[in-house]
Design a protein around this ligand. Structure first.
Ligand code: SF4
Length: 694
C-alpha cells in the first residue's frame, strides 16, 4: 500500500484527502485533516476515485471519420490533423479564427500554459474560460472596489471566529458540506443570515434561532443590500472613523441609499421590513466597531449570476465597508469560489483580458515583462479578447475552430440550444478530456488526457491558498498530459516560444512571469509548496505568505477602498403574461457542475439520478401538477422537461432546476445568455418561463 496526500478533484474548498493505492492497484480515498475541511469530505469527494477507473475512459486519440463516427487514431495522426486544420482555417480567415475555451478545473500550470499557447502558438486573442460563468461578477466587483480579487482575502477559519455571517446566494450545505463546520460559531450566536429564494439546506441552518432566512424575489438582491445599508446608516451603526480613513466615495453611496427605505425595499423584494431590520442588527452588533467578535459577508453565484451581478457584489462590499469590516479581525467581505481552481484559473492568463500574475493584457509594462519571460517581442502577444459568452457567440462566424480544455460548455453555458447549433457549424473542434462528454460529441478530434490523481500540479483554493496536487498512480497507457499536448502542438505550429512539459518547470516559469503582479507567486516552487504550510498569494520572491490581505491597505494605488454607488436593474428577461414564473438554476449535493464525472458514479446517481423541477404547492395546484408528474419549463429560448418535485421551501412565483444534466432536462435550454456589462457574467439565475404538465 502506498499513501499520497492530496486534495479533492472537485470544488474550491479543495478538501484534504489521502489516496491509498492497494497492492491490487485499487485507489481508496480517506479524509485528511486540512484547515478547510477539518477532516470532512462530502459524497463527491468520498467517491472521487471511482472516476479513475470508469470503463468509458478515453485512452486513445479519436478523429471523426467521414461516416461521422469518432474513430481511434495515433497521436501522430491526431496532431497532424489538428495542425493542418489550424493552418488551413487561419490561412483563410486569420489567426483569430481559432478560439480557446479553458476551465477553472485546470491546474495553475495548465491554465498558464493554455494562455501562452493561445497567444503565441495560435496567435489568437480569443481565449476565455468557464470561470466566466462562475466568478466574474465577484472578481469585477472586488477589483473595482477593493482593488484586488482574491475570493476570500482571509483564511476560512476566520469565519469560524465571527459571530455573524451574511451568506448571499450560496447553498454551501449542498455544494461544500464540510464548510458547514466553520459555521458553528455564528449559528450558536444566532448570527447566520442566509439570502436565498429557496429554503435550501443552507437556509435550513438558520432554523431554531440559529439565524434569519431572507427569501427575496429573484433578481432583487441588490435592492435588498441597499436597504440593509440604509438601515445601518439610519440606526447609527456605520463605522464613520473607518469610512473616513479607509475608503473614498462614501458620501455618494450614503446619498444613493436614502432612496431605499425599508418599506420600499420590502415592496420590491418581498422580504418583510422586520426581517430587514433584524438582519441588519445581527450583522451590525457583531461587527468590531460595535465591540462584536466579527461579521463576515460572503457572496455566491445566486446573487452574482445576474446582469447586475457586479453591482450586487459592489453593494455587498459597500455594506461590509459601511460596517467597517474588511481588514478587521474575523471580519470582511469575500466570495465563495466554485470550481476547484476557479481562483488560480483566473490569475494566470486564460482569461480574455489577462496575462499571468493577474496582469492586464493591455498594460504595456505587463506585456513587456511577460514577453521577456516568454522570449518574444511584446508585439507578438495579441490584445484583449472577449468574455466567454461573446466568444461562444462568434462560433461559426468569426471563429471557425475551437479548442476546449476541461470544460463541457454544451451543458454548462446559457442557452445551450443555440450553442449546440453553433458548435455544429465549426470546421474544427478539438476537445482535451479524459471522459466522453456532451461536448466531445461535437468534436472533430478528442485528445485523451491524464486526470487529477495521475499527475502533479498546483491548485489555488477559495482562500487564495496554493496547494499541491500530487500524483498517486500512473495514467493509463496511451494518455498524455495537457502540458505535453500543448508543447507538441506549439512545435507543430512552428511556435518560436519554448513550452515546458514538466509541471514543476512550468510552475517555475509561471511564478517568474507573475513576479510583481497582483497574484505574485514568484516566491513559490513545487518544492516549497510541498512543506504544506499553506501559502496564500501574494508570495513575492523572498517574501512571506499573505493570509490576510487588507489589514493595512486595499489594492488601489491610494490604499483606499473605492466605494461606488449602484442602482438595481431588472432581469433582462422579466415576467410577463405569457411567461409568469421565474426560473432559477443551481446545484444538488451529489452532482458537480455539468455532471460529466459525477453522473457516472453510481453512488451519486442513485442519490440524484435525473433533473427535476422544484415548485411550491400553490403553483403546482394552479397548473394541476402533482409530485412526480413530468412537466415543462419553457422560455423564449428553449424547453426543459423534467419531473416535478413539490416543496414548501421555494417561493410560489419561482421554479428551481439544477443544471447538472444534459438532454431534455437540461436547465440551460431555457436560461438567458444576456450578460453583466462589466463582468460578462451570464444571467443564469433569473429568467421568465411558462410551466405546464406534460
Ligand atoms: Fe470537499 Fe468540495 Fe470535494 Fe466535496 S467536492 S469533498 S466539499 S472539495
Amino acid at each position: 500500500m502506498s499513501r499520497t496526500d492530496t486534495h479533492c478533484p472537485y470544488c474550491a474548498l479543495q478538501c484534504g484527502m489521502h489516496l491509498d493505492v492497494t497492492e491490487t492497484g485499487d485507489v481508496e480515498v480517506s479524509p485528511r485533516d486540512f484547515p478547510t475541511n477539518m477532516g470532512g469530505l462530502c459524497q463527491k469527494g468520498w467517491t472521487s476515485a471511482r472516476v479513475l477507473t470508469l470503463p468509458d475512459r478515453i485512452t486513445t486519440p479519436l478523429i471523426r471519420s467521414e461516416s461521422g463516427e469518432l474513430e481511434p487514431a495515433t497521436w501522430d495522426e491526431a496532431m497532424c490533423f489538428i495542425a493542418e486544420k489550424v493552418r488551413s482555417i487561419q490561412g483563410k480567415h486569420g489567426r483569430d479564427a481559432v478560439g480557446v475555451f479553458g476551465s477553472g478545473a485546470l491546474t495553475n500550470e495548465k491554465a498558464y500554459q493554455l494562455g501562452k499557447f493561445a497567444r503565441l502558438a495560435l496567435g489568437t486573442r480569443f481565449i476565455d474560460y468557464n470561470g466566466r460563468f462562475c466568478m466574474s461578477s465577484a472578481a469585477a466587483g472586488a477589483n473595482r472596489t477593493l482593488g484586488l480579487d482574491r475570493g476570500l482575502p482571509f483564511p476560512l477559519s476566520d469565519v469560524g471566529e465571527a459571530d455573524a455571517l451574511l451568506l448571499l446566494g450560496s447553498n454551501v450545505a449542498d455544494t461544500m458540506p464540510p464548510l458547514v463546520q466553520h459555521l458553528g460559531g455564528v449559528r450558536d450566536a444566532g448570527g447566520l443570515v442566509v439570502v436565498d429564494p429557496r429554503h435550501s439546506a443552507t437556509a435550513a441552518l438558520t432554523d431554531n434561532g440559529a439565524g434569519i432566512h431572507l427569501q427575496p424575489l429573484p433578481g432583487s438582491d441588490l435592492a435588498l443590500l441597499l436597504g440593509l445599508v440604509h438601515i445601518v446608516i439610519a440606526q447609527g451603526w456605520s463605522d464613520q472613523e473607518y469610512l473616513e480613513t479607509r475608503t473614498s466615495g462614501w458620501e455618494e453611496v450614503r446619498r444613493s441609499v436614502t432612496l431605499w427605505w425599508p418599506a420600499r425595499v420590502a415592496a420590491r423584494t418581498g422580504v418583510p421590513e422586520e426581517l430587514l431590520y433584524a438582519a441588519a442588527e445581527v450583522l451590525a452588533k457583531a461587527s468590531p466597531s460595535q465591540r462584536g467578535k466579527g461579521t463576515v459577508i460572503l457572496t455566491g453565484r445566486g446573487v452574482e449570476q445576474h446582469t447586475d451581478g457586479t453591482d450586487t457584489v459592489t453593494a455587498a462590499i459597500n455594506l461590509a465597508l459601511a460596517l467597517g469590516l474588511p481588514g478587521r479581525p474575523h471580519s470582511g467581505y469575500g466570495c465563495l469560489t466554485g470550481q476547484g481552481n476557479g481562483q488560480g484559473g483566473r490569475e494566470h492568463g486564460q482569461k480574455a483580458d489577462q496575462l499571468p500574475g493577474y496582469r492586464s493584457i493591455e498594460d504595456p509594462a505587463s506585456r513587456d515583462q511577460v514577453a521577456a519571460v516568454w522570449g518574444v517581442d511584446p508585439a507578438a502577444i495579441p490584445g484583449k479578447g472577449v468574455p466567454a459568452v461573446e466568444l461562444l457567440g462568434k462560433l461559426g462566424t468569426e471563429i471557425r475552430g475551437l479548442f476546449v480544455h476541461g470544460a463541457n460548455p454544451v451543458v454548462s453555458a446559457p442557452d445551450v440550444g443555440t450553442l449546440q447549433q453553433r458548435m455544429r457549424s465549426l470546421d474544427l473542434v478539438v476537445v482535451c478530456d479524459f471522459l466522453p462528454s456532451e461536448t466531445t460529441s461535437y468534436a472533430h478530434v478528442v485528445l485523451p488526457v491524464a486526470q487529477w490523481a495521475e499527475e502533479e500540479g498546483t491548485m489555488t483554493n477559495l482562500e487564495g491558498r496554493i496547494l499541491r496536487r500530487r500524483k498517486a498512480i500512473d495514467p493509463p497507457p496511451g494518455v498524455r498530459s495537457e502540458l505535453e499536448i500543448l508543447a507538441e502542438l506549439a512545435d507543430r505550429l512552428n511556435s518560436k516560444a519554448r513550452f515546458g512539459t514538466e509541471p514543476a518547470d512550468v510552475f517555475d516559469e509561471l511564478a517568474h512571469a507573475s513576479a510583481g503582479g497582483k497574484a505574485d507567486y514568484s516566491g513559490l516552487s513545487h518544492a516549497r509548496l510541498d512543506d504544506e504550510s499553506g501559502y496564500y498569494w501574494p508570495v513575492p520572491a523572498g517574501g512571506a505568505s499573505t493570509p490576510r490581505i487588507f489589514t493595512k491597505r486595499f489594492g488601489h494605488d491610494d490604499g483606499l477602498a473605492h466605494m461606488v454607488a449602484v442602482r438595481p436593474g431588472t432581469p433582462e428577461d422579466d415576467l410577463r403574461p405569457e411567461a409568469p414564473v421565474y426560473l432559477v438554476t443551481g446545484r444538488v449535493l451529489t452532482q458537480y457542475q455539468s455532471g460529466a464525472q459525477t453522473r457516472r458514479v453510481s453512488e451519486l446517481t442513485k442519490a440524484a439520478p435525473e433533473s427535476f423541477v422544484e415548485l411550491h404547492p400553490t403553483l403546482a395546484q394552479r397548473y394541476q401538477i402533482e409530485e412526480g408528474d413530468m412537466m415543462s419549463v419553457e422560455s423564449v429560448r428553449g424547453r426543459i422537461v423534467a419531473f416535478a418535485r413539490i416543496s414548501r421551501g421555494i417561493r410560489p412565483d419561482t421554479v428551481f432546476v439544477p443544471f447538472h444534466w444534459a438532454g431534455e432536462g437540461s436547465a440551460n435550454l431555457a436560461t438567458n445568455d444576456a450578460t453583466d456589462p462589466i463582468s460578462g457574467m451570464p444571467e443564469f439565475k433569473v429568467c421568465a418561463v411558462q410551466i405546464g404538465k406534460v
